[in-house]
Design a protein around this ligand. Structure first.
Ligand code: GLU
Length: 375
């Protein structure tokens, strides 16, 4: 099953971790970048479509600026990224030029994917680049990203990119071999798990809270990225990028790394975007009747079922729907602002008409704009 799937993948997003391509003291690892370029270029020459998400800008910047360690302050991280990103791309450009492959730089913030038009635009650009046989190299636009618009770590960004390009496979290359039954640094008897059909809470637990020193991610963000990619129908492979030819071998059907299968999903791309790309601006707590209408009867959300509104949002913004006790179970796009909702919550349509003078939409969230997230 694992081999069969991996040998049939065509469009692959490959995330390259910071530690593979740079170190704070030594700067960019040009030999490593050259090797990766050769290997990934060879995959493209075999007619696979390759999209790279590469970290390393901040670490490369730290080295060039001779900073002591990975900075905690956002402005310093951003300054390092600004210094390091051009150096990182120069290294990729040189390495891929030597193998006669064309590359392109794309810098994204969370906002670029949260806005549907920009999301579709990014999709068009990326697929056009792939048609032109160009390998896009993506990073977070660290220099402008502030907390609200940041992906935060490139594992998460890569998971989103896999959705944007509708990839068959997301590969996360780092300095670990894959997911182990226990932390292999602490437990020498820990075993590598080759195949994870479902990401259970036990699997998430085995990822612990590990975090590497020179990046924003860790095993937990990798599992989260795998989970996120899975919701979009994309499988994820964790693999050690320090091992030469590891990816080629796995794609040829050999052993290596951990493969996570996606959960079955029949959601359209638009609904996936509503549920998992957008960040909610507020929360609507609903009474039992409304919860049932939404979860069991496939209905839209009406004002009468809302008991509490929190957050500040405008029409069209994403909001979560939760039970009266605060258990969230759906996400959707609201037709009304939080201000209007505060005035009309719990009321019947006829009362609202009197209160507002008119009623543009009967539904607060139309069924077409609502996704059950099941959590
Ligand atoms: N975007 C950051 C960089 O290029 C990396 C974030 C991460 O470590 O995941 O340095």
């Amino acid at each position: 099953m694992r081999e069969q799937f991996l040998t049939s993948c065509k469009r692959i997003v490959i995330k390259i971790g910071s530690s593979l391509v740079a170190s704070p003291k030594g700067g960019l690892r040009l030999d490593r970048i050259e090797r990766l370029a050769k290997e990934l270029g060879a995959l493209q020459s075999q007619n696979l479509e390759i999209v790279i998400v590469s970290s390393g800008a901040i670490v490369a910047g730290i080295s060039h600026l001779a900073l002591d360690s990975y900075p905690h302050e956002l402005p310093l991280q951003q300054a390092s990224a600004a210094v390091g990103q051009s150096r990182l791309m120069r290294a990729y450009e040189t390495a891929f030029e030597a193998t006669h492959h064309k590359i392109a730089q794309i810098l994204l913030t969370h906002q670029d994917l949260a806005d549907r038009r920009r999301f579709l635009n990014a999709r068009h650009t990326l697929t056009t680049l792939l048609q032109l046989k160009v390998i896009p190299i993506i990073n977070e636009n660290d220099t402008v990203a502030i907390d609200e618009i940041r992906f935060g770590d490139n594992d998460t960004l890569a998971g989103q990119v896999a959705h944007v390009v509708d990839a068959d496979l997301l590969v996360i290359l780092s300095d670990v071999d894959g997911l182990y039954t226990q932390d292999p640094h602490l437990h020498p008897s820990a075993e590598l798990i080759p195949f994870v059909p479902v990401i259970t809470p036990a699997i998430e637990e085995s990822a612990g809270t590990s975090r590497t020193q020179n990046s924003r991610g860790g095993m937990i963000t990798k599992i989260r990225a795998a989970k996120q990619a899975g919701r979009f129908g994309v499988s994820t492979l964790l693999l050690n990028g320090e091992t030469p030819l590891a990816l080629q071998q796995v794609l040829d059907g050999q052993k290596g790394g951990t493969l996570f299968l996606p959960q079955e999903s029949s959601l359209t791309s638009r609904k996936q975007w509503i549920a998992f790309t957008l960040r909610p601006k507020g929360e609507l707590r609903l009474d039992g009747g409304a919860v049932q209408a939404l979860t069991l009867r496939g209905k839209s959300l009406l004002p009468s079922g809302i008991v509490k509104v929190t957050g500040t949002f405008m029409p069209g913004d994403p909001v979560t729907c939760a039970t009266e006790e605060g258990k969230s179970f759906a996400q959707g796009l609201t037709n009304y602002s939080s201000e209007t909702l505060q005035r009309i919550l719990g009321k019947k349509t006829s009362e609202i008409r009197t209160l507002l003078g008119s009623l543009e939409y009967e539904e607060i969230i139309h069924r077409d704009n609502l996704v059950l997230t099941g959590s």
